[in-house]
Design a protein around this ligand. Structure first.
Ligand code: ATP
Ligand code: MG
Length: 396
């Protein structure tokens, strides 16, 4: 083939004795992702993943785009492989990068030689290839300090590779190496970002969404499913558990003091999420909570909502500014969907004066008239599991 991707491993290379396990997982993730785009061979050598299209039918451009959202990779290079001799390397540069060099005001060549049996060292390779480029492109000046364009030459075990500047990878750790966790997904800006951030740390994501029909509409539920789908671009396929929350919200409305409505509701959400999480082999919960953002996200409020569960609760956004969260939401493509104006069940029956410094004692007292166990068991019976993956785009 005349094109191949070299993907450089990120933190995986630091993982010592677990390195093999991390690499295997990454290779498996990439293989699975490439399947949609044709026949690709995926293998890892010297901390580099090689992704090689095996026939002309392979959709190389789409595969390249997909690689940008795979966690565990720090940089991506789209390369031309060639024989390991100077003539072949120079021909590959001309064919593959000649147009870029024609447009650039200046250039330099950077070479790496991991095959130490190659007769020239990396400086000599750069000098030889740089000299030939300078002759072929007289308008493109050599500038080793601030070049407008850099040509990279890598002489590796089985071939040499030439490429232009690398693109940044998605970073993080390969999805799956960090266990599995249940994200409480609302239709807002924060929780999809929280899911993305934990997926980036290698966590396999499952989601749970609470909806309160008819207080919240079908459109609100569709919006959440679309957010989940957008997150799967990074996390891979996921299951979304949909829980009918109406009876619980009505019971709270009918039997509890208004100032505690949101907190009681959130305690139910946590406990139900933990039940589903345990059943599905998750080791933690994830929320989009952010200190001080709303009344239910003070330190005291977090303490009373967290008190009903034993699993760790990951809140990757807890110390971020809204602006920082929005920047990530835009980068990952969830923002436009998040701001669609459909209501969330958190906005149904919201208290006028929510308690911002609650205590556990107050909550237990406020919940006295509720049969928590029965309400939770009833909600768990309604759970609908939906499998979501990125290609399920209803608009395609
Ligand atoms: P978001 O922007 O994610 O909606 P928010 O700032 O609106 O967050 P809250 O509505 O107080 O905050 O919710 C805090 C967290 O609780 C959310 O980030 C999410 O993890 C979870 N959550 C809220 N509503 C729901 C819901 N309907 N289903 C599942 N989880 C929810
Ligand atoms: Mg919300």
């Amino acid at each position: 083939m005349n094109e191949i991707f070299l993907l450089k491993l990120g933190e995986v290379v630091l993982k010592g004795t677990n390195k093999r396990q991390f690499e295997n997982r990454l290779r498996q993730n990439i293989r699975r992702r490439m399947k949609a785009y044709g026949n690709f061979d995926v293998y890892i050598m010297q901390s580099t993943v090689y992704v090689e299209p095996m026939d002309e039918e392979a959709d190389v451009d789409s595969a390249w785009e997909a690689c940008k959202s795979i966690f565990g990779l720090v940089s991506l290079c789209r390369c031309r492989p060639c024989e390991k001799d100077l003539d072949s390397i120079f021909n590959a540069v001309e064919e593959y990068l000649g147009e870029d060099l024609d447009c650039a005001a200046s250039f330099k060549v950077e070479s790496k030689r991991s095959d130490k049996s190659f007769p020239l060292n990396s400086i000599q390779i750069s000098q030889e290839i740089g000299g030939r480029i300078a002759e072929a492109h007289p308008d493109c000046l050599v500038d080793v300090h601030h070049p407008a364009y850099t040509v990279y030459v890598e002489v590796r075990d089985f071939a040499a590779y030439v490429h232009g500047p690398a693109e940044p990878g998605a970073g993080g750790l390969p999805t799956g190496v960090g266990g599995r966790a249940m994200c409480l997904l609302s239709g807002g800006i924060d929780s999809p970002v929280a899911a993305y951030m934990m997926a980036k740390r290698g966590v396999e994501i499952e989601c749970v969404h609470f909806f309160s029909y008819p207080y919240t509409s079908q459109l609100a539920k569709d919006k959440v499913m679309e957010l989940a789908r957008l997150v799967t671009k990074y996390s891979g396929r996921m299951t979304v558990n949909i829980v009918n929350f109406t009876p619980i919200q009505e019971a709270i409305r009918d039997h509890c003091a208004e100032e505690f409505f949101t907190l009681i509701m959130r305690r139910f959400m946590m406990e139900i999420s933990q039940e589903i999480a345990r059943h599905d082999g998750c080791g933690a919960l994830i929320t989009g909570e952010n200190l001080g953002q709303v009344a239910s996200q003070t330190m005291e409020a977090m303490a009373v909502t967290g008190a009903v569960v034993q699993m760790p609760i990951f809140m990757p956004l807890v110390g971020m500014d809204k602006e920082e969260i929005v920047t990530i939401a835009r980068k990952i493509g969830t923002m436009d969907t998040s701001i669609l104006p459909y209501e969330d069940c958190c906005t149904v029956f919201t208290p006028k004066h929510p308690k911002t410094k609650p205590t556990i004692g107050q909550l237990l007292n406020a919940e006295q008239k509720l049969d928590r166990k029965a309400l939770i068991a009833q909600a768990l019976e309604t759970v609908e599991k939906v499998s979501v993956k990125f290609d399920d785009d209803p608009f395609c």
